[in-house]
Design a protein around this ligand. Structure first.
Ligand code: NDP
Length: 301
């Protein structure tokens, strides 16, 4: 199978590198130099125009939102051959993904919304979880390609449901990150060593990805690597609020998380998502990494 990969950002780049190592791959990126550099390092062919992508039987995309996917699909769809399957790894709006599916269907092209979980580390290690919405036959056609990037592939329903599951998952990530930051700041202020607290929570019922990985690896160390931009997390939480709304569900907790995360993104701009912990620290005047009675100097509050 010839594969095309569109969007070589933090997630797309390592996924495309793994695909290019296994399949004949056409690499396309809005900034062409990124595709040229990836092809030189990992194989595959860099496309200088979207039209070159039409030679592929499987088109994968990983763009910021469904809006960018729709714009690219608008240009590309007429050139694609009937029978091609488009696998969209973007975390987007379920309704937007249904629009893209309809557009592609008009050209005989299948569409799966297939957002991923596992972060940039999981993308590099090809251990992602993929949540797939769409036709099961289309999924079976592209499964060998998905197995190149993922260790878990779960069909969750018709087109749009993969996006819905991803949005809710990331809203839970945001909720647990805010809550863990508040809890750890409070424990630090109370004189508890945050590393000891995280060790306890890590083997107790309050644990989450935030307490097991993000706080120990990124906050205690003050490393704060940039792997997943805060505006993208804010977008996911907003989409999750939309999923609740569509279902007529009153969700006060996730609505609050949506407001907090949107405000954090407005405040911190394109920072990594874990940086929202710094807002909690600043408000409390307590840094999670420091010895138990540490208080931030006034100018860092
Ligand atoms: P990045 O910002 O690192 O990459 C975005 C990619 O989209 C780049 O290739 C960029 O091209 C391209 N792009 C941006 N705007 C346009 C446009 N208008 N037209 C065409 N291409 C465009 O994002 P990530 O890789 O982090 O995220 C991509 C998707 O994956 C998002 O939906 C995100 O929510 C999701 N995701 C991210 C995870 C993470 O840990 N980072 C984890 C799981 C899902 P250019 O190089 O030209 O800027």
């Amino acid at each position: 199978m010839r594969v095309a990969y569109l969007g070589l950002g933090a997630m797309g780049r390592p996924m495309a590198a793994n695909i290019a190592a296994r399949w004949p791959t056409i690499l396309w990126n809005r900034t062409t130099a990124v595709a040229v550099e990836l092809a030189a390092a990992h194989g595959g062919t860099a496309a200088t125009s979207l039209e070159e992508v039409a030679a592929a039987e499987v088109v994968c995309s990983c763009l910021p939102t469904d809006v960018e996917v729709a714009a690219v699909a608008e240009v590309l769809a007429p050139a694609l051959r009937p029978g091609t399957v488009w696998v969209d790894h973007t975390s987007g709006d379920p309704a937007g993904s249904r629009d893209v599916a309809r557009l592609l269907e008009g050209h005989g092209v299948g569409y799966l919304d297939a957002p991923v979980s596992g972060g940039t580390d999981g993308a590099a290690a090809a251990t992602l979880t993929v949540m797939v919405g769409g036709d099961v036959e289309d999924l079976e056609q592209v499964r060998p390609v998905l197995e190149t990037v993922a260790s878990r592939i779960v069909h969750v329903g018709p087109v749009g449901t993969g996006m819905a599951v991803k949005a809710v998952n990331n809203a839970l990530l945001a909720a647990s990150l805010w809550a863990a930051a508040e809890g750890l700041v409070a424990l630090t202020a109370a004189g508890v060593d945050p590393a000891a607290a995280l060790e306890v929570i890590g083997s107790s019922s309050g644990r989450s990805f935030a307490t097991q990985r993000l706080l120990p690896e990124r906050v205690l160390t003050r490393a704060f690597p940039r792997t997943f931009a805060l505006p993208l997390l804010a977008k996911d939480v907003r989409l999750a609020a939309g999923v609740l709304e569509d279902g007529g569900i009153d969700g006060p907790v996730l609505r609050l998380v949506e407001q907090l995360t949107a405000a954090a993104a407005a405040d911190l701009g394109d920072a990594d998502h874990v940086e929202l912990v710094r807002l909690v620290e600043r408000a409390a005047g307590v840094e999670i990494s420091l010895p138990t009675d540490a208080v931030l100097p006034d100018d860092e509050r």
